[in-house]
Design a protein around this ligand. Structure first.
Ligand code: C5P
Length: 337
């Protein structure tokens, strides 16, 4: 166990949103989940989680600011802390030392948006809880906890781009983009989330019922991208050569549009406004576009905000869309100073 004095300071983690650059749905598995082939990347948009140790005897608590994640009792942060505690007990750590935790979550990632914010919070909470208790668990045990919390959770342990297969539990880390002269190593990324939260199971069900893209196209694009990243892809190739193929390579996009038909005219309007390929992340409704730099994404974000304000871009849902300029983030070990 760790020095008790360390527990006075809360453990703080940033929990990044992910984007699917490709997402192929290969079929339904006997357990009802879907077999996937997806290239996922972490982004610079992140929730902030802090965990402080409470005196013995009470329950874990959670306070959330920012986007409303729904009922706190269902929140993956509390479930992740409980799962970490159970795993620590099973590994022989003294239960009375696995003290209750007070979690504070600043939700900056839109909820039910295809960005896996809740899953990222769960991954961060598992890690932070173990650190708060001073408990180290083997990688295999951590992996099991993550997979038990949700299909998207294991990805966040990679810390960089990864090929995601199976239900989400089979991960192959992919090499980071290589610079071509004059290109930054972190492509700019524009995220646009209309205010129409989509439940992932409903989108998969729509896929089951036949709302699908052209058979095999997303799978081919996904395999190509994974291979290219493995070999060391140039940023310029991703942006200039691959962007339009990637933007089309999401098998859940037609299913998301079947659940929320207003996404069809919305995407058309976005394409008109931006003039660059626009993809969908996960089960939607977040749309993404790649830029040569963060500044390029910021310029596009400003233009879109103006279009929303003037009524030139009509976004479905009661509130204006979430529009954020950021970057795809490099793995920690390769990130810039
Ligand atoms: O694993 P998780 O609880 O995050 O998944 C949420 C829902 O998304 C599942 O209940 C299932 O309906 C669907 N899903 C799926 N196949 C996957 C991942 C998720 O069908 N690979």
């Amino acid at each position: 166990m760790t020095d008790p004095a360390r527990r006075l300071a809360p453990v703080v983690r940033l929990a990044p949103a992910k984007v699917n650059l490709t997402l192929a749905v290969l079929g339904i598995r006997p357990d009802g989940y879907h077999e996937l082939h997806s290239v996922m990347v972490p982004t610079g948009v992140a929730d902030r989680l802090s965990l402080a140790v409470l005196p013995p005897g009470g329950a874990d608590t959670l306070h959330v600011d920012g986007f409303d994640p729904g009922p706190l009792a269902d929140n993956l942060v509390l479930r992740a802390i409980a799962a970490a505690r159970a795993a620590a007990r099973a590994a022989g750590f003294e239960p009375k030392l696995l003290l209750p935790l007070a979690a504070r979550l600043e939700k900056r990632i839109p909820v039910a948006a295809g960005l896996a914010g809740g899953s990222s919070d769960a991954a961060a909470a598992t890690d932070a809880a173990l650190e708060a208790w001073g408990v180290d668990l083997p990688v295999e045990t951590r992996r099991r906890i993550a997979a038990g919390l949700g299909s998207d959770v294991p990805f966040f342990a990679v810390g960089g781009p990864a090929l995601v297969e199976g239900r989400g539990e089979r991960l192959t880390p992919l090499a980071w983009l290589r610079d071509a002269p004059g290109w930054p190593d972190r492509p700019g990324l524009l995220l646009v989330t209309p205010d129409v939260p989509l439940a992932t199971p409903a989108v998969f069900r729509a896929w089951d019922l036949g709302a699908r893209g052209p058979a095999g196209a997303a799978r081919l694009a996904s395999s190509h991208l994974a291979d290219e990243l493995r070999r060391g892809m140039l940023t310029s190739d991703m942006l200039l050569v691959r962007a339009s193929v990637l933007a089309a390579a999401n098998d859940l996009a037609p299913a998301a549009a079947a659940v929320e038909p207003a996404l069809v005219p919305f995407k058309r309007a976005l394409l008109r406004q931006l003039g660059v390929p626009v993809g969908v992340s996960g089960s939607g409704p977040t749309h993404w576009a790649l830029y040569a730099s963060r500044a390029g994404a910021e310029e596009a974000a400003a233009k879109l905000r103006e279009a929303v304000a003037s009524g030139a871009l009509v976004s479905p849902g009661p509130r204006p869309p979430f529009i954020e300029a950021t970057t795809i983030t490099a793995p920690a070990s390769e990130s810039l100073p």
